[in-house]
Each structure stands twice: as structure tokens, then as C-alpha cells.
Write a protein that binds this ligand. Structure first.
Ligand code: NAD
Length: 265
């Protein structure tokens, strides 16, 4: 495939690579995107379920919907394992200086073994105070237990009382005050220091791979444009590529292993 060869050549010549990943890279790990036709926003509109105000109001007024939404997100991440796309980026690290900037909250790049991962939309595993002070790190097994409790809460006739208990390891009041997952919702600032490091990496890179992201979520979507402005080649990997110097159309779990094989195999 002509485009694959062109992308492999650019990657081979690059000195500093950034991989900018979105929800699409984790689709083949069983985590749906939010925006696509079968995505979560269809059933759970983002103005209610992706803002802290909307979620807190929902806890009081529509606890069963919130329980179902929380279960859908937590269970998908809890059950997920890295796929061939995540593993190919880990392999790429052996050949080139690579920084991964992810919008995902699923911890799958770290689970695949990648070392430098900037999580600009935070992480479902990292629990902080309301002001962002680190409290504790959950494991995937912790998330599996929380997901099981959320599923029971969503079916319970007493959902208004069982949901706050089920969700408490993630969101609630402990002996040190309120805590929450470090995920960035609409209206929040991006996670720091990750966002500052991500912009610096984009400016310094000479090749940016944009993988499984629609480019609709600002300001994270600025990164490929920052890299391009500083002279980097932008390679997009997506079933529906919309921008980039080289566009590789298809699933990340198929294209990325092939790209790394052609470039370095
Ligand atoms: P998005 O805007 O990043 O769009 C998803 C992109 O993935 C689309 O361009 C789609 O064409 C592409 N895609 C679909 N299947 C793919 C595949 N197999 N391989 C490669 N690309 C594929 O994502 P969104 O769903 O609108 O999410 C918005 C934000 O919500 C994200 O930026 C993220 O913060 C969060 N989110 C995170 C996760 C996760 O942690 N896995 C999942 C969903 C949403």
C-alpha cells in the first residue's frame, strides 16, 4: 500500500516521535468511543453525563441512569486489555524516542508497557481531591469490583441509596474530604503537568502519529496542528481519516503493527 510505505519512510527518518491517541485505539480492546454511531453519547448525552454539574444533578434526579452510565464506562475499562495497536506503540519505543499523548482514561498504554505516557484527559485509575491533589491509585481489579457493585445498584429498587455506596471508591466523601477520579470532563482544564509536557513534545517532534481521534475535542485536538506548525509530518490512523500529511485508513490494531513492521521489521 503506497500510503503505508510513505508513512513508514517518514517514521524511519524521524528523530522524535509523538503518538497522539484517542478513543479509537481502544475500540478493539472492547471500549467503545463516545462519539461514533454506537457510542455512549447516543444514550447518555454529554451535557448531562460529561459535566460535573450534570452528573451531580443526575445523582439526585436520575440515579438509575447515572448508575447505568457509570457502569458502562467503569466496566468497559475494567475488562479491557491492550490490543495489537497499543503493543505496536510499545514496540515503536524500541526504535525511536517516543512520547505518547493520550486522551484516553483507560491506562492501556501503560498496561502494554509504554514508558512515557501523558494523560491529558486524566485517568480513571487516579483518585484525587476536588483540587486535584493525589489521593490513591486504583487497580483494574478495584475497577472490576466497583463495576460489579454499580451493576447491582443500577438494578436495585433502592438505587438512590445503593449508587452512592457503589461509586464511593471513585467519587464520594472519605475521611480526608471529597474525592473524585482525575478524569477531565467538559468545562474542566486539561490535566497538568501532562498537557504542558504534551505541547512541548508536539513542538519538539518531527513526526506525529494521530491515532483514533476525531479531532473534535478541544483543546487536545490542537496537538497535531502544533506539531505541523513546527515542521512535523502528521500521519493519521483512523477508519475515517480527516487530516494529516499521510492518511492510513483502518483500525489501529491492524495498521499500527503493520506500520512498525514495514518501518523497522
Ligand atoms: P474521539 O473524538 O477521539 O473519536 C474517536 C475516533 O476513533 C473517530 O475518529 C473514529 O473514526 C475512530 N475509530 C473508531 N474505531 C477505530 C479503530 N478501530 N481504530 C482507530 N480509530 C478508530 O473520541 P470520542 O469517542 O468522541 O471521545 C471523546 C473523549 O472521551 C476522548 O478524547 C476521551 O477523553 C474520552 N474517551 C475515552 C475512552 C477511553 O479511555 N478508551 C473511550 C471513549 C471516550
Amino acid at each position: 500500500m503506497h500510503q503505508l510505505g510513505a508513512a513508514a519512510a517518514r517514521l524511519r527518518d524521524a528523530q522524535r516521535v509523538v503518538a497522539f491517541t484517542g478513543a479509537g485505539i481502544s475500540v478493539d480492546s472492547g471500549i467503545p468511543t463516545f462519539r461514533d454511531d454506537d457510542g455512549l453519547w447516543r444514550e447518555f448525552p454529554p451535557d448531562t453525563f460529561a459535566t460535573w454539574n450534570g452528573l451531580v444533578r443526575g445523582l439526585l434526579l436520575r440515579p438509575r441512569s447515572v448508575a447505568r452510565f457509570a457502569h458502562a464506562v467503569v466496566n468497559a475499562v475494567a475488562q479491557a486489555r491492550p490490543n495489537a495497536g497499543h503493543r505496536a506503540l510499545h514496540e515503536l519505543e524500541r526504535h525511536k524516542p517516543l512520547e505518547i499523548v493520550t486522551q484516553n482514561i483507560d491506562g492501556l498504554h501503560q498496561a502494554a508497557g509504554s514508558n512515557t505516557v501523558w494523560e491529558v484527559h486524566g485517568s480513571l485509575f487516579k483518585i484525587t481531591s476536588l483540587r486535584g491533589r493525589f489521593r490513591r491509585l486504583l487497580s483494574r481489579a478495584d475497577l472490576q469490583r466497583i463495576a460489579a457493585r454499580l451493576e447491582r445498584a443500577a438494578r436495585s429498587p433502592f438505587v438512590a441509596t445503593s449508587l452512592p455506596l457503589a461509586i464511593r471508591p471513585l467519587l464520594g466523601v472519605g475521611w480526608r474530604g471529597l474525592h473524585r477520579p482525575s478524569v477531565v470532563l467538559f468545562g474542566d482544564r486539561l490535566a497538568e503537568p501532562d498537557w504542558t509536557r504534551a505541547r512541548a513534545a508536539a513542538r519538539a517532534s518531527d513526526c506525529l502519529l494521530s491515532i483514533g481521534t476525531s479531532g473534535a475535542v478541544l483543546p487536545a485536538a490542537e496537538l497535531p496542528h502544533i506539531a505541523a506548525t513546527h515542521g512535523a509530518t502528521v500521519i493519521q490512523v483512523d477508519p475515517e481519516p480527516a487530516f494529516g500529511d499521510v492518511c492510513l485508513r483502518g483500525a489501529a490494531s491492524e495498521i499500527l503493527p503493520e506500520l512498525v513492521r514495514v518501518a523497522f521489521g
